[in-house]
Design a protein around this ligand. Structure first.
Ligand code: FES
Length: 154
């Protein structure tokens, strides 16, 4: 009798623990997705956006003239949100717009990129972390300037 009772109590404890772990996991996911959905696709200027594919090679991301020197715009490379930046009058760089902290989409803010979820700040022209919890710079996407357009390297 005592043994059965003890076993039942042990199972109850295990079941309760598993339930608590499952709840904690679900809460983590909910927090993550709700903060992700709070990011709006902040397209400031930019013009052509992600259109302009030329048959499997380089993809046009933005017109260079649409980006103020020293600043950047949001764009898309397929489904991926990216940042296209213009460090000088004749050069452009591109970064993933996915924050290296927990994956929210960063938005241009002058010479910086701001993550709306936990406040990370990146340099708009280098992608380096300037503040906040982000552990790494934004990954760089190789681009060229061709005929006034910022295009991906084929
Ligand atoms: S996701 Fe946390 S700071 Fe960007």
């Amino acid at each position: 009798m005592n043994c059965d009772h003890g076993a039942a109590r042990s199972i109850d404890r295990r079941t309760a623990l598993a339930g608590a772990v499952a709840l904690a996991g679900a809460a983590g996911l909910a927090a993550c997705s709700s903060s992700s959905t709070s990011t709006s696709p902040a397209t400031s200027g930019g013009g052509s956006g992600s259109s302009g594919s030329s048959g499997g090679g380089a993809v046009s991301l933005a017109k260079l003239d649409a980006i103020p020197v020293g600043k950047c715009v949001s764009a898309h490379l397929g489904e991926q949100p990216v940042i296209v930046s213009r460090p000088s009058a004749t050069t452009a760089v591109c970064f993933s717009a996915i924050c290296t902290h927990m994956g929210c989409t960063v938005a241009p803010a002058g010479t910086e990129l701001h993550c709306p979820c936990h406040g990370s700040v990146y340099s708009a022209t280098t992608g380096k972390v300037l503040g906040g919890p982000a552990p790494r710079p934004l990954p760089r996407i190789p681009v060229d300037v061709s005929n006034g357009e910022v295009v991906t390297k084929a």
